[in-house]
Ligand binder design. Structure first.
Ligand SMILES: [Zn+2]
Length: 252
C-alpha cells in the first residue's frame, strides 16, 4: 500500500457512517483524488477542522491499488482560505470554482495546470469577488481541458477576424464564426464586440490581469450566458453550483 504525498485542495466532502468523512481533493500531482478521513467527525479527531472546503494543504494518503477511494494519513494546512467561508457571495463563487475544476477532469487524471489555476483563482477571490475572475477562470479552464476557444479565425471559412462586430460563438465547434457563415451554424450565439476583445486580452495573460481589464456589467452578463452554454456542451451536464450561483446573483 504505497504512501503518496502531494499538495491538495479540498473540493467537497460528505459523511460516511457514524464518524468518517469522504473528502474529494484536487491534488497537484495526481489530479482528483477521493479519500476517507477516519474518525473526522469525532470531537477529538486528529484532523480537527482542517478538512474544510477550499483548504489548501499537504496531503499524505495511503493509496489502495485498483480502488478509487483511498485513506488519508495526514493533511497539514498551507492556506485555509478562511474569508471564502465567511460571506455567502464568496462562498458560492468559490464553490463554483472547485466544482467546475473537479468536473473538468476524470478521477486520478493528473492536471497540474488546473490545480495551479484553481489555487490562484481561490487566492484572488479572497480579495476580489469579481465576476470577471469567474469568467476568466472558465475560459482558461476550457482551454487547458482541451476545448479550443478559437478567437481569431472563423471556424467555418477560416477567414481572419479583424472586425469584432456581428460575430457569433458556436459552442459545439468551440469558437467564433463570421457574419457571413453565421446563418449556416445552427447553434450560433451572438457575441458583442467588447467581450470578444476581452477574451482575446485575458486568455494569454495572468489571471490577475483579468481584473485590470474593464468590461461593462451587461457584457460580463452576456459573456456569462455564452460560456455557460460552452461549459454545458463541454461537460455534457449542468453544474449544481452554477445554477445556485446564478439564482444567488439574481437574488432569488
Ligand atoms: Zn466565416
Amino acid at each position: 500500500m504505497p504512501l503518496q504525498s502531494t499538495e491538495a485542495i479540498v473540493i467537497g466532502g460528505h459523511n460516511l457512517g457514524e464518524a468518517d468523512r469522504i473528502i474529494p481533493f484536487f491534488t497537484r500531482r495526481l489530479g482528483k483524488v477521493r479519500a476517507v478521513a477516519k474518525g473526522a467527525r469525532r470531537v477529538r479527531s486528529r484532523f480537527g477542522g482542517t478538512l474544510e472546503l477550499f483548504t489548501l494543504g499537504q496531503l499524505v494518503f495511503f493509496e489502495w491499488p485498483n480502488r478509487t477511494l483511498h485513506a488519508i494519513n495526514e493533511f497539514s494546512v498551507i492556506e485555509p482560505f478562511s474569508p471564502l467561508k465567511e460571506e455567502l457571495g464568496r462562498l458560492s463563487s468559490g464553490a463554483y470554482l472547485v466544482e467546475l475544476a473537479g468536473a473538468a477532469v476524470e478521477d486520478e487524471e493528473p492536471n497540474e495546470e488546473i490545480f495551479i489555476l484553481l489555487r490562484d483563482a481561490l487566492t484572488l477571490l479572497v480579495s476580489h469577488d469579481d465576476p470577471r475572475l469567474l469568467r476568466t477562470f472558465e475560459i482558461r479552464l476550457l482551454r487547458i481541458a482541451g476545448y479550443l476557444l478559437e478567437l481569431y479565425r472563423c471556424l467555418i471559412c477560416r477567414t481572419a477576424l479583424r472586425q469584432t462586430d456581428g460575430l457569433a460563438v458556436s459552442p459545439s465547434r468551440g469558437g467564433l464564426v463570421c457574419p457571413n457563415c453565421r446563418p449556416r451554424v445552427q447553434d450560433s450565439l451572438a457575441i458583442a464586440s467588447e467581450p470578444v476583445k476581452y477574451l482575446r486580452l485575458v486568455l494569454p495573460g495572468a489571471l490577475r490581469d483579468s481584473l485590470a481589464i474593464p468590461l461593462a456589467p451587461p457584457h460580463i452578463g452576456g459573456l456569462e450566458e455564452i460560456l455557460k452554454v460552452c461549459i454545458a456542451y463541454f461537460l455534457g451536464k449542468n453544474l449544481r453550483s452554477a445554477s445556485f450561483l446564478s439564482r444567488f446573483q439574481r437574488g432569488i
